[in-house]
Design a binder for this molecule. Structure first.
Ligand code: ME8
Length: 683
């Protein structure tokens, strides 16, 4: 380490070589196999592998997008464990910020109560999807807060955080400011809602200062952000000034956050807080030296900017070595559209898991998305994939092999005789796979990795068709040949079961049980060896691994979705009766909204200036969570004009705007069906 002129500690870029570790010892309970030649020179380099998912916002329930990243990282870390790497898998929840605070309020809960509940929801979903994470970080935990404050202090002391004022367009749902250029038709590109205009005095992180450093770094390490299209996107961002990042929020407005260590009137901006999770967890566990900077981040393209721009600069400013790679995937879409609550097209992972089984669902997600590109989700495509790859190819290979072993060899695996060229061809196809998979995984070609295993499985099915074991069985003199063929098929299945284990851990264990090889050596290197199943192994056939899905029935179901249950009739509690004269006391008039602004002292209130004829009034309205100020200007609404004025948080309200609210807290302003002049009376 050296010190730069500002007395900061500068750490060189991370070392690329991971330390190599010794081979893991084999399980002593494993039955001894006949010594077999390792055919593909399986020298797999072992290293350290640390992979992360984003920490998800706790304002929604997990959908297949969240499930995809988490399952993918589960698959990748299982693969690396199988390879013998020292592996660490981190996921968690992002629990601070304005959005969470608002979601808690909307549910009538305290923020802590709310985040405990939703974070628990995420964990329960991951458990049910067979996710084997090593730690689950919550940004509200003391172990995380402490490290965030340490990092902030370090950057502040180095002079890279300064106090200043900022005005801009802010999307609360993204918790960030947008530049005019980034908006689409004046709206947030993620949420398609207009941002708010905000002016705030905040602390700023001096990002612009590091712009050329990051640009040069992306040239020096071209695969730091991958696939390349996302590196190019970040380079494009760096072509113009990136400005400084507002990294605090006034505590009076957003109390739900980590206080700045030097000024507790401000809390840390959620992104600055959240990104540090990848690092804080290791500090807290005392494993920083083992796993940092071997970190592989997996995220979707929606959060490229914080991970591709903010995070490397934060690390640099804090004197922490950079991550190994930022791996960015595309979006799961439904009919080419984004999934969203408002479109009602959110696909829930647990529904699919229940219907098709965990492993089939996991297989589909990994097989059908090309990493980096968007992919359309369809249940029919899932079912077709399960039928073709899992029921037809893999399931069939197992059934035919077990069936023939049962018919011809009393369910016992025979010893192989000398290999013929067709046996060798099948063996060679399988033993090449571990190295091939390592390369595919390194290149983020997860779909290709699965396709190559399935190609070998199809070769095994073709091998059966070519060597025709049923004919060998009729010929006494071909008995040794039949032994070799059956033993070869068992080996093929053993290798496939190891290679597919990271994606389908449940079913592959079941496969090994049915083959009677539960205790056979089990790591990536042994998937590249041949002849490891001891002769005499007794098979235990069971239920088919992947029952075929009736596609016609599924198409019928999709065409006729299950009928929505009738909503329960609501019982409405009425107020006491009034006379027409009572009602006539209320004056209601049409008004035009001339101006709408955020209330200076209250989160949920807007201050409207409304016109009726020659007169204008100021009205404070609690509709901030439902309407952005910009949406209101120019609209005609209905005002109760003769309510006694009241002061709401320091601003006098001269009337009340009418709105309807349903049981779920949805709110709709009362508007006019025809365009009448403001001032018209409503009766
Ligand atoms: O952004 N397709 O959390 P988040 C694929 N808290 N993946 C999808 C997806 C889709 N349609 N929708 C969501 C946040 N994802 C921050 C992260 S990290 C320091 C803080 C996945 O709950 C994908 O991984 O909005 C995406 O990046 C992530 O969910 C966003 O999760």
């Amino acid at each position: 380490m050296e010190k730069d002129p500002q007395n900061r500690i500068v750490v060189d870029r991370p070392v690329d070589e991971a330390p190599t570790m010794g081979l893991a010892e084999s399980d002593p309970s494993t039955p001894q196999a006949a010594p077999a030649p390792a055919t593909a020179g399986q020298e797999l380099e072992r290293g350290v592998y640390y992979a992360t998912t984003p920490i998800y916002y706790v304002n929604a329930v997990p959908h297949i997008g969240h499930a995809y990243t988490t399952i993918l990282v589960d698959v990748v870390t299982r693969f690396h464990r199988l390879k013998g790497d020292d592996t660490f898998f981190l996921t968690g929840t992002d629990e601070h910020g304005e959005k969470v605070q608002q979601a808690a309020e909307a549910h009538g809960k305290s923020p802590q109560e709310y985040v405990d509940e939703v974070s628990g929801n995420f964990r329960a979903t991951w458990d049910r999807l067979g996710i084997r994470y090593d730690d689950f970080i919550r940004t509200t935990e003391p172990r995380h807060k402490q490290v965030v404050q340490d990092v902030l202090q370090r950057v502040y002391d180095a002079g890279d955080i300064v106090y200043g004022e900022y005005a801009g367009l802010y999307c609360v749902k993204c918790e960030r400011y947008y530049t005019d250029k980034e908006l689409v038709d004046g709206k947030c590109p993620q949420h398609e809602t207009p941002p708010e205009h905000r002016t705030e005095a905040n602390y700023f992180f001096r990002m612009e200062k590091y712009r050329t450093w990051l640009r040069d770094l992306l040239t020096e390490r071209p695969d730091l952000i991958r696939p390349e299209r996302y590196r190019n996107e970040v380079l494009a961002m760096l072509r113009e000034p990136i400005g400084d990042l507002s990294i605090s929020r006034p505590r009076a407005r957003v109390p739900w956050g980590i206080p700045l260590p030097w000024d507790d009137e401000h809390v840390t901006y959620v992104w600055f807080d959240a990104l540090i999770n990848y690092y804080s967890v290791l500090v807290a566990r005392g494993t920083l030296d083992t796993y940092w900077p071997h970190v592989e981040h997996f995220v979707a393209k929606d959060i490229l900017k914080p991970h591709g721009l903010f995070w490397p600069i934060m690390l640099k400013a804090a004197g922490i070595p950079l991550y190994q790679h930022l791996n960015v995937h595309g979006y799961w879409l439904i009919d080419d559209r984004k999934m969203s609550k408002s479109l009602g097209n959110v696909v829930r992972p647990l529904d699919l898991q229940q219907k098709y089984g965990n492993d089939a669902f996991r297989y589909f997600l990994i097989r059908d998305m090309t990493f980096g590109l968007d992919s359309n989700f369809s249940e029919l495509a899932l079912a077709e994939r399960v039928n073709s790859d899992l029921a037809n190819d893999l399931g069939n290979l197992l059934n035919r092999t077990l069936g023939m072993l049962g018919r011809y060899r009393d369910g016992v695996v025979p010893a192989a005789g000398p290999l013929e060229p067709e046996d060798e061809a099948l063996r060679d196809a399988f033993v090449a796979l571990p190295q091939q998979l390592v390369r595919s995984f390194d290149a983020l070609q997860f779909d290709r990795a699965l396709a190559s295993v399935m190609e070998a499985v199809r070769k095994a099915n073709k091998y059966i068709a070519d060597v025709k074991p049923w004919e060998l069985a009729k010929d006494e003199s071909a008995s040794e040949r039949l032994d070799t063929v059956l033993a070869t098929l068992v080996e093929a299945l053993r290798c496939a079961s190891i290679l597919l284990d990271p994606v389908m851990p449940g079913k592959m264990l079941e496969l090994r049980k049915q083959l009677g090889i539960r205790n056979a050596p089990f790591d990536l290197a042994t998937a590249g060896e041949w002849g490891l199943v001891p002769a005499g192994t007794r098979t235990k056939p069971g239920e088919p691994l992947f029952p075929r899905i009736d596609l016609e029935e599924l198409e019928r179901q999709i065409a006729q979705p299950a009928e929505e249950p009738e909503p329960e009739e609501r019982i409405i509690e009425h107020k006491p009766e009034i006379t027409i004269d009572d009602f006539a006391k209320v004056e209601l008039r049409v008004v035009t909204v001339e101006q709408a602004e955020q209330h200076p002292n209250a989160d949920k209130l807007l201050v409207l200036t409304v016109r009726m004829g020659a007169e204008t009034r100021t009205v404070v309205s609690g509709i901030k969570q439902h309407y952005a100020p910009e949406e209101l200007v120019g609209r005609k609404l209905v005002l109760v004009t003769n309510l006694k004025p009241v002061k709401l948080r320091g601003v006098e309200s001269q009337g009340m705007i009418l709105a309807a609210e349903d049981d779920d807290g949805q709110l709709s302003l009362v508007t006019l069906e025809k365009d009448l002049a403001d001032g018209s009376e409503v009766r």
